[in-house]
Design a protein around this ligand. Sequence first.
Ligand code: C5P
Length: 223
Amino acid sequence: MIVAIDGPAGAGKTTTARRLAARLGYPYLDTGALYRALALALLRQDPTLNRARASEVLTTIQLEVVWDGTQVRLWLNGEEVTEAIRAPEVSRAASLISAWPEVRARLLEEQRRIGRTWAQRYGGVVLDGRDIGTVVFPEAEVKVFLVADPHERARRRQQELAARGQRLPLEVVLREVLERDARDQERALAPLRKAEDAVELDTTALTIEEQVQRVYELVRERQ
Ligand code: C5P
């Protein structure tokens, strides 16, 4: 059983995926974390993110992804970066480099391999991202496309950042969310869009429990 959850930033994908996975006894892979890890590696090599240089560095990056029973942990060239990839400069860099075909190619097979291995080992897997239902696992048994009003998404992102000690005005967070949406939707390769057979769920007025329950019911219908 492969459950694909896609949608724009702040629509509730990761929170929903995490809780749904716990309820089903499956691991979940937040694929944004993989883009963030590559972004961190590239930023460390070159803060200006020169693309020609980045292409060379990409071939040397060793990425290790481990499900520890509760969350995904990531190692970059032997160093754990699970927390470091959450920094705002890494968010921006991940959004930029995820439009590069060489970055998407580097991660496509990796996501498929991890998804298949975990699904076999645990009976199922939940993946969240932007192109899981359209590109990575178009054959996923359950596909959900989460959306929410941009102001609500910015408010959620602001709270998330505040919980990590970063206080930013709502307008700043909203601008960043809209810029990231535009980049995700407008890129030529694997743009953010709802798969034809995905179920769209607007989470603006839903509680987290309600979101999880709706997706859980979809999974149960198909089990
Ligand atoms: O979901 P998160 O914000 O952590 O993802 C970081 C960035 O990685 C996003 O802004 C998006 O551009 C990119 N991404 C992607 N495809 C995915 C997951 C994330 O392009 N499947």
